[in-house]
Design a protein around this ligand. Sequence first.
Ligand code: MIC
Ligand code: SF4
Length: 641
Amino acid sequence: MGLTIAQKIIKAHLISGEMTRGSEIALRIDQTLTQDATGTMAYLEFEAIGIPRVKTELSVAYIDHNTLQSGFENADDHRYIQSVCAKHGIRFSRPGNGICHQVHLERFSRPGKTLIGSDSHTPTGGGIGMLAFGAGGMDVAVAMGGGAYYITMPGMIKVNLTGKLRPWVSAKDVSLEILRILSVKGGVGYIIEWGGEGIKTLSVPERATITNMGTELGATTSIFPSDEITKAFLASQGREADFVELCSDEDAVYDRVIDIDLSALEPLMACPHSPDNIKKASELGEVKVDQVCIGSCTNSSLRDMLRVAAILKGKKISDSVSLSVSPGSKQVLAMLSDCGALGDILAAGARVLECACGPCIGMGFSPNSAGVSLRTFNRNFEGRSGTKDAQVYLVSPEIAAASALTGYITDPRALGDYPDISLPESFKIDDSAVLMPLEGEAAEKAQILRGPNIKPFPKTEPLSDEIRACATLKVGDNITTDHIMPAGAKILPYRSNIPKLSEYCFAVCDESFPQRAKEAEKSFVIGGSNYGQGSSREHAALVPLYLGVKAVIAKSFARIHAANLINAGIIPLCFEDPEDYDKIAQGDMLTLSDIGTSLKTSEFTLTNNTNNAVIKLKGEFSQRQQGMLLAGGLLPYTKTN
Ligand code: MIC
Ligand code: SF4
């Protein structure tokens, strides 16, 4: 039987486990990346493991999420990360150099290699044929120390592309189309491989837009073949030597095949408040727009920016629209400036922001009250923009630019001819904002610089055989990590301060939760399906741990979050019968008994002491995961093993 691209890379990196769907496999990791919002924790964890030098082929730390430095907290955390990098062998991409996924794609990505990153959009690297996963900070710390990365062997979905995108339709619309077909849950447990004749019409940055948003499907990762187009991209970045060809075998087997005809796609948009709430731009009617934001790791490549500049050239944006443009990297910004396109963007009335995540993670540029914001980003979860009642739509750069001009949601085809752009054969290469680590004695002697914002880890304790606690919170379906642990300009500075962060836990759903959980000392959280979708932030597990959450009981879980809960020593359990969700009300007292035995049999029994219901739960944990849960999480487990 032939192999898919992902299976080939897995086979070449397999340390242990069987490559059969559903079994736990351990992979050797070639590269890691971190960003600052998850990085401080990841490096504290790396330090706790106590290995002097990273063991990967390449590890890079990016500062891109929290670059406002509105107080000393961020500057201290950045300085801490920089000092860890210098000492322990990690490259340090300075603030302003760009968004981790865009810079990594341009400068470090390599087809056929494995990459894990403490950011859920790490699969962006799949655009160049890397097997790239988003992971919790602890998993990245372990991989930097030379340890394996564990996943459940996923199933394989193939998406076959035919045809060619028509004018005004772009890669973002392909991402939105697959979200329409599969929904935010449809990729859970799968790797998505993109293939077919149609991929020959898509450049690497366009492919990366598609694999980037595969995260919103819940997919383990997404990947494209590595072909002539990949080779040309690497050559344009002066890295042709990094090219290897990669394709699936003709007789490779997929669990599902989906066909998409690129020629039939129209400009699409994801309406509030979910990336899979898809409508055609042409069917939205007259919706007035207050704000347009162009950028993020999904749509900030030179191609996207040149297209936007060409659409805006010689025109003015509507008086009632505020437009932000954030190029994805210093390379993109420098090239925009050299060719004059930046001037066109500025002259049209845009506000050009730093090469960073910016508005995507609520770092400024929050919309006005109930404002309509069109964003070329990948997530439109409620409240994520920083304005609770904002109406955020996810769109292509084409729709964004067209709507900024008209002031209304606009099908860009109404603008007439699609302006031509041409991409240079070679890109401007300047890696001076990526600092190399120290070597030898200088590294040994280097000091780690810690600021007062870095607070110790929450206490973990070994698992007891019975947990009797209150269901302090009950929530519905599709709870995101932005609900559990919001981000934004006010809160992000505390990513290395769990006690302070805990004041905001679940604030979007219920502001009184942190206080209630603290008073209860121990609690259960009850959730619906796809609990924990979205970000890889392990803070969404560490903060509940700090607040005394012992187990989360839900209809189903998102992959990275479930792994983060186990890493933190919190048990993620599913209802055997989803209807039993109705047998628990917020405030009920619950008892989970015989946990030791249940871990082995995967069958758990929960008694609702308030209404006497006996509820069957399931939780399948590998030997290693059982060990982690019993020890109270990955860190105590690693120390004793
Ligand atoms: C996001 O897009 O939600 C983030 C911010 O990049 C997160 C990481 C984080 O919370 O720091 C992600 O996607 O993993
Ligand atoms: Fe940054 Fe937004 Fe991309 Fe997350 S999704 S890495 S916040 S640009």
